[in-house]
Design a protein around this ligand. Structure first.
Ligand SMILES: *Cc1c(COP(=O)(O)O)cnc(C)c1O
Length: 382
């Protein structure tokens, strides 16, 4: 298969030339904000485990109990024999947290968006997506038989323009946005978006991968500020602040019942392993009982934005946009040398010319490390 290897090598060479090749680095995550890479211990500013639940003793114990009671794997699709009792317990807990009638758990955030969007956007449907929304939202929109459009990032007048021009041409319209933008850390204006969508009878879906557990009192971006935004489809993941793996959609009972019978990534994929579900339930127990813990990641992020005279962080994510790929990679190297892991994020994850350091603050990061990193940035990078 010489042509196959030549194809792969050619693609890799192109990526190398653009400084866009990525490689996997073995990384052992230790307690709190620590990890080990290449024989060195580093403080991580790159884990989405905002509440450090992945190494929390109670969460780990819950995962172990789940394995002992229910086994290592689910054994089949949830519609066959993989629907172990912990999954339904978790769905009830998620619906309660989000204030919806029902919830449906999926294999991962990526699988959830691939599964949900095509169920709602048929041949006569339109899906409109924020231009900076996560890759898997666009992938879900591509898998749907209807038409897909994008609107400018957080630009409600552009969204209104599209709705005004296109609403009449489609039976149903779905609007999808990140609640917290994964590479920028800003929030979608969900309250105003909810009103706009209601005006045009468009269905609004938020992806709250980076919101649940850390903003809106732990209930996520729909619950930031007074009252809840009108978002009938609240999707999110169990893989970030929840510290585990998997994802969910919280919505009305008819919508959830439809997902459970029609969503291809639920129907044709194995149920989540009991350990992941047991861990997620315990994480929710802690989120609901420790308000000072859930406030900490955003407080840490704000300490950092204050130190750099930036606008106050709205979430635990703060980007430092540097432009060229090489600049972001060099900044990553300088910080790693000082003992800090901060990932350089490059195209196509972010638009061309906006390579950046993406800081993700977890509750366990020490204030002294935040101050030291801010000083390093000022002295050597900015
Ligand atoms: C991480 C992320 C996902 C994917 O979730 P996984 O559970 O990691 O597959 C989806 N949407 C957004 C906004 C994310 O940041």
């Amino acid at each position: 298969m010489r042509s196959l290897d030549a194809f792969a090598a050619g693609k890799l060479a192109e990526l190398d030339q653009r400084h866009q090749r990525r490689t996997l680095v073995p990384t052992a995550r230790l307690d709190g904000a620590w990890l080990e890479r290449g024989g060195r211990r580093l403080v991580s500013f790159s884990c989405n485990d905002y509440l450090n639940f992945a190494s929390h003793p109670q969460v780990k114990a819950a995962a172990i109990r789940a394995v002992e009671q229910h086994g290592a794997g689910a054994g089949a699709s949830r519609l066959v024999t993989g629907n172990h009792p912990l999954i339904e317990e978790l769905e009830a807990r998620l619906a309660r947290l989000k204030g919806t009638e029902a919830a449906c758990v999926f294999g991962s955030g990526y699988l959830a968006n691939l599964g949900i969007i095509p169920v709602l956007v048929g041949r006569d449907g339109l899906v409109i997506v924020d231009e900076l929304a996560h890759n898997c939202i666009n992938a879900g929109a591509q898998m749907a038989p209807g038409r897909a459009l994008t609107f400018r990032h957080n630009d409600l007048s552009h969204l209104r323009e599209i709705l005004a021009a296109e609403r009449g041409n489609y039976t149903h319209v779905l609007v999808v946005t990140d609640g917290v933008f994964s590479m920028d850390g800003d929030l979608a204006p969900l309250k105003a978006m909810g009103e706009l969508c209601a005006e045009y009878d468009a269905w609004l879906m938020s992806d709250d991968a980076h919101g649940i557990g850390v903003i809106g009192g732990g209930r996520g971006s729909v619950h930031v500020g007074e009252g809840a935004a009108a978002v009938p489809l609240q999707m999110g993941t169990l893989s970030k602040a929840i510290g585990s793996y998997g994802a969910y959609l919280c919505a009305s009972k008819p919508v959830i019942d439809l997902m459970k019978t029609r969503s291809r990534t639920l129907v044709y994929s194995t149920g989540l392993p009991p350990a992941a579900i047991g861990a997620a339930i315990e994480a929710l127990n802690i989120i609901e009982s420790e308000p000072e813990l859930i406030a900490r990641p955003v407080e840490k992020a704000r300490r950092f934005t204050r130190a750099l005279n930036m606008a106050p962080a709205e979430s635990p994510i703060v980007p430092i946009i540097l432009g060229a790929e090489t600049r972001a990679l060099e900044a990553q190297r300088v910080l790693a040398e000082a003992g800090y892991l901060v990932s350089a994020i490059r195209p196509p994850t972010v638009p061309a010319g906006t390579s950046r350091l993406r800081f993700a603050f977890s509750a366990a990061i020490e204030d002294a490390d935040i101050d030291a990193v801010a000083a390093l940035l000022r002295e050597k990078i900015l």
